[in-house]
Design a protein. Structure first.
Length: 317
């Protein structure tokens, strides 16, 4: 266990280090002078340009610039946003709650809808199974922005059950969760469709195993067989894929947040890319990669606890 954890943590550090090199180098690989991006096309005097270059250490060698930038990042200083004129860390902190709530709601929907649909398809062959396969196929193939448009048209415009994009500032947590219902559903449907297919496949594999047939031959109740011998053993691959999907939800929020005008990290990333606000783009990219790798690490650690037949390292590999 200790050797495995050390190896994975070293791998995590290597991935983050490589990502930091790519993120830092993106500013210098982009065409044009970095100062022009910082100024956003605004005219500036030579003294102002010189002060800006000195503030961002642009006259130092690249290795020195990277070392100073990485040192600041490790202390939580991601620089200052050229678009919003405030510290990137505080800007991200103000948007983090919106993204966390959206991803949390979407993760619950993925788990409930995906597992329920997969179990239904595995236990009810015939028409229910075919309907689930068709529905999950459509959900998986439909882009989230198309799902967002359809949900807004039906539930906001036609039925009026939910507020549309930019529905105003919520008064409390319950109202905020209510406003996030459609965005979470738009984000979750394609992932839920994939999880349903994984659950169905895992359930069918377990249903065909010898110990399940023996339990049925001994007269064990069907529900008990499904709960104790089928569903429990099928949870291994379901949790593994579900953990990877959770990381995918974090990365897929930008389209949904932009479509529903949700003030989160995804919409902030889109706005910052458009405005060439590299400090914000760098910070969000680093945090996204870190979250993705950490989630995969947690999934690998949980997999043997859920299914003892798995050994460490088989969870998400």
């Amino acid at each position: 266990m200790t050797r495995y954890l050390v190896g994975r943590l070293l791998g995590l550090a290597a991935v983050l280090f490589t990502t930091s090199l790519v993120v830092f180098g993106s500013v210098h690989l982009a065409p044009g002078d970095p100062v022009s991006f910082l100024l956003h096309g605004r005219p500036a005097t030579p003294s102002a340009v010189a002060a800006l270059r000195a503030e961002h250490h642009l006259d130092d060698p690249l290795v020195t610039q990277y070392a100073k930038w990485l040192g600041s990042v490790l202390t939580g200083d991601f620089g200052r946003s050229s678009q919003y004129h405030q510290d990137v860390a505080s800007l991200i902190g103000s948007r983090l709650t919106g993204t966390a709530l959206l991803v949390g709601c979407a993760a619950v929907l993925v788990a409930v809808l995906g597992v329920a649909a997969g179990v239904l398809a595995a236990l009810r062959p015939g028409l229910p199974d075919r309907l689930v396969l068709i529905g999950t196929g459509v959900a998986t193939a439909t882009p989230s922005f198309v799902t967002a448009i359809a949900l807004v048209s039906l539930f906001s415009v036609r039925l009026g059950w939910f507020p549309g994009p930019g529905g105003g500032a919520p008064a409390d947590l319950s109202e905020r969760l209510y406003q996030l219902t459609l965005p979470a559903l738009a984000l979750a449907l394609s992932f839920a469709g994939l999880l349903a297919r994984v659950t169905r496949s895992a359930m069918l594999d377990e249903l065909g195993r010898e110990h399940v047939e023996v339990a049925r031959a001994r007269g064990v109740a069907g529900r008990s067989v499904v709960r104790r011998h089928v569903l429990r053993n099928a949870l291994g691959p379901v949790v593994t894929v579900g953990g990877t999907m959770l990381a995918g939800l974090l990365i897929s929020t930008s389209i949904v947040e932009t479509a529903f005008d949700v003030p989160g990290l995804g919409s902030l990333l889109v706005q910052s890319v458009t405005a060439k606000d590299f400090a914000v783009v760098q910070a969000i990219t680093l945090l996204s990669v870190a979250a993705f790798v950490l989630v995969n690490l947690v999934v690998d650690l949980l997999a043997p606890l859920i299914d003892p037949r798995l050994s460490l390292g088989e969870g998400s590999s």
